[in-house]
Design a protein around this ligand. Structure first.
Ligand code: NAP
Ligand code: ZN
Length: 335
């Protein structure tokens, strides 16, 4: 039996250890990908630590994958051996439900996340349904594009779905892996962009990435000063925040979308939403079609992740840096 070699966690919060699993004949609709790069998304860290109560051990994390197709199943018509592809949060879906049929595969109730209940990309290879192996435009470097496959699409989709345009005033909260790509995409949409950050030292870089303004959220009263300023606020932070303060920072009809997953419920007084006709929403990653579009936009507008490179064997060091908010701005593991 063929073996796939990777790094797995065996218990909540444990170190990644060498781990292999056997695979049978390739399924008819799947492709096998030899992995060259895999980003370290904070969701991997949440899964390692079982923050969401859904982790099953042992498992190999990793869902920002770039590599080369080395084998295709007997039914696969859309991908070829030798093609460079990317894989994000999703590895499969039912393909026949209402959501899959309308191109919203990421909303399928039977969606299979790449590294939940399956083994992910901190490995030498992976197998996924060919529909979720997305060709990578030639001009994009594998190391800079890997983080776009989850982090990038997660910030691109809400900007697009909330009609961000040149007249929009957009705030991006948390300038980490997701947030630093959010600044770049918001700039590509033509918006006036504000970065909200707890890290003063990120100001200069945030401005080169597309922020017109930088707000240090550790300054007392910082949010009050921008009350009524934004059409759209995108929060990428996984910690509890002054949500009422962010809602107050919206203009009438303003919308706030959370993609980071804080531990506590989001509590906002109803009147804060009612008066200005404001709303709060959430957003998951995106469909294969959204991924195609996002990569095309990234290629044309030069959106790319700023990365710190680690050899695959040093994945524990990368995870430790993510936990301490030290990475600038996305760790990428290489084989
Ligand atoms: P990350 O690289 O660790 O960045 C998160 C950023 O949040 C940090 O860089 C920091 O930015 C800010 N932050 C951290 N702790 C904070 C605190 N206590 N208070 C305020 N700000 C804080 O993480 P990521 O990979 O971008 O992921 C962010 C979140 O999005 C995670 O929860 C992840 O699971 C989630 N996620 C969701 C989806 C989805 O489909 N919705 C997809 C991918 C990831 P500053 O230094 O600028 O303050
Ligand atoms: Zn992710």
């Amino acid at each position: 039996m063929k073996q796939i070699h990777g790094l797995a966690v065996h218990a909540a919060g444990a170190q990644l250890l060498a781990y292999k699993y056997g695979v049978e004949e390739l399924a008819a609709n799947d492709v096998e990908i030899k992995i060259s790069h895999c980003g370290v998304c904070h969701s991997d860290v949440h899964l390692i630590d079982n923050d969401w109560g859904m982790s099953k051990y042992p498992f190999i994390p990793g869902h920002e994958i770039v590599g080369t197709v080395v084998e295709v199943g007997s039914n696969v018509r859309d991908r070829k051996v030798g093609e460079r592809v990317g894989v994000g949060w999703q590895a499969d879906s039912c393909g026949i439900c209402e959501w899959c049929r309308q191109g919203d595969e990421h909303l399928c109730a039977k969606s299979q996340p790449t590294c939940v209940g399956r083994n992910g990309g901190y490995a030498d290879s992976i197998r996924v349904n060919s529909r979720f192996a997305i060709p990578v435009p030639e001009v994009l470097e594998s190391e800079n594009v890997a983080p776009l496959l989850c982090g990038g699409i997660t910030v691109y989709s809400p900007l697009r779905n909330h009609d961000v345009r040149p007249s929009s005033r957009v705030g991006v909260v948390g300038i980490g892996g997701l947030g630093h790509m959010g600044l770049q995409f918001a700039k590509a949409f033509g918006a006036e962009v504000t970065a909200f950050s707890t890290s003063k030292d990120k100001e200069a870089e945030a401005k080169t990435l597309g922020a017109h303004h930088f707000i240090n959220t550790r300054d007392t009263g910082a949010l009050k000063k921008v009350a009524g300023s934004f059409d759209f606020i995108l929060s990428t932070v996984s910690a509890d925040q002054d949500w009422a303060g962010y809602v107050a920072a919206l203009r009438p009809k303003g919308r706030m979308c959370v993609v980071g997953v804080p531990p506590s419920p989001i509590q906002v007084p109803a009147f804060a939403l009612v008066g200005g006709q404001k709303s709060i929403s959430g957003s998951p990653t995106g469909s294969p079609q959204d991924l195609h579009e996002m990569l095309d936009v990234a290629a044309r507008h030069n959106v790319k992740a700023i990365t710190e490179r680690f050899p695959m064997a040093k994945a524990n060091d990368a995870v430790a840096r993510v936990k301490k908010n030290q990475v600038r701005y996305r760790a990428v593991l290489t084989n």
